[in-house]
Design a protein around this ligand. Structure first.
Ligand code: UFG
Length: 338
């Protein structure tokens, strides 16, 4: 049974669907802090199987021990973490307690097993900061984190590097995500931001749905082709499939190194204006926007060199920006009852 922590979240729920489609049995552990129990029904509607579920905050070490006593866990995909960059600046202690504490509790349990089990860690392209060369390969330098959230990903990776050195047979893959967007084609699951969305695509779709009068583009004076920031927007289903491939890679003992890192993106950069154009194309409606000031902490441009994941894992993205944006819009219309 595969333990998926944070399996009711945005990327977690899509990964559970992909895992179950490939025949894996799944136990979701989620504390419902940034998700709802309704997502379980959505997962079942998307793939026909309801995963096992336990509500638990992974900071509870006795609870974590209980999971391993009650189930035969053969692999872990660890999504459970708080992820709001701005909030992490205001609540650093809570972010370190939650994101690092949860990771340590899981590792402490893995250490007690007869044989360590594969561990897939959710990391982020934020570890590269403003990279010196584009596209960004896994060999690019790690830059000092710009927020406590970003630092929890860096420190998380360091903890894993140290643990694989000390724990014989322990295999870990860290997946550094670029910008996940979109929803499952069934529209049974998607992104559910709490409050005002901070990310571009949910803000676009909520503005188009009438929740906000207009979108503000955070700066158009960057040294990019159209002056707006460039990012690598990856369809969440492509991202979900990468997790299954990564897990199966370790389960099949194909990893050459005990600790491996992969970038997960499309390899293609899109500007904020290009994403807006994509939305207008797939929705057939104009988006109202204005140009505002730069947002603190935004890097100019970031997109992935995906050759390592393509070659080593045999994974590549299959879905376009338009497909991703279109699915995000279909999901928004569904949750707004249109
Ligand atoms: N943007 C706007 N207007 C908005 C929202 C976003 O112009 O209302 C722009 C941003 O300035 C940025 C682009 O859209 O240029 C993408 O912004 P997102 O917030 O969607 O994504 P980021 O690349 O900023 O964030 C991602 C991840 C975070 C991670 C961060 C690190 O979502 O988890 O990269 O920089 F921490």
């Amino acid at each position: 049974m595969i333990l998926v922590t944070g399996g009711l979240g945005f990327i977690g729920s899509h990964t559970v669907v992909s895992l179950q489609e490939k025949g894996h049995e799944v136990l979701i552990v989620d504390d419902l802090s940034n998700s709802t129990i309704e997502v379980l029904k959505g997962i079942e509607a998307a793939c026909g199987t309801r995963p096992k579920f336990q509500e638990l905050n992974l900071q509870n070490s006795l609870g974590v021990a209980g999971i391993f006593k009650s189930h035969k866990i053969t692999g872990i995909i660890h999504f459970a973490a708080a992820k709001a960059v701005g909030e992490s600046v205001k609540k650093p202690i809570a972010y370190y307690q939650n994101n690092i504490g949860s990771l340590l509790n899981l590792l402490a349990e893995i250490q007690t097993l007869d044989k360590p089990i594969p561990f897939i860690f959710s990391s982020s392209c934020t570890v590269y900061g403003e990279a010196k060369t584009l596209p960004i390969s896994e060999r690019a330098a790690i830059q000092p984190a710009m927020s406590p959230y970003g630092n929890t990903k860096q420190v998380g990776e360091e903890i894993l590097v140290d643990t694989v050195k000390a724990l014989e047979g322990f295999k870990v893959i860290s997946l550094r995500y670029f910008n996940p967007i979109g929803a499952h084609p069934s529209i049974a699951i998607g992104e559910l931001p709490i409050g005002k969305p901070q990310n571009l695509v949910p803000f676009i779709t909520q503005t188009a749905a009438g929740l906000y009068p207009k979108l503000t583009i955070f700066g158009n004076d960057y040294p990019t082709p159209d002056g707006t920031n460039v990012r690598d927007y990856i369809h969440v289903v492509d991202l979900a499939e990468a997790h299954v491939v990564a897990l199966e890679h370790v389960l099949a003992c194909k990893s050459t190194d005990a600790y491996e890192v992969f970038n997960l993106g499309t390899g293609k950069g899109s500007s904020v204006l290009e994403v807006i154009k994509s939305f207008e194309r797939v929705s057939g409606q104009k988006l109202i926007y204005k140009i505002g000031k730069r947002r603190a902490g935004d890097v100019i441009a970031a997109y992935a060199d995906t050759s390592k994941a393509n070659e080593v894992l045999g994974w590549k993205t299959k879905r376009s920006l338009d497909e991703a944006v279109s699915s995000a819009w279909d999901w928004e219309k569904k949750i707004r009852g249109r």
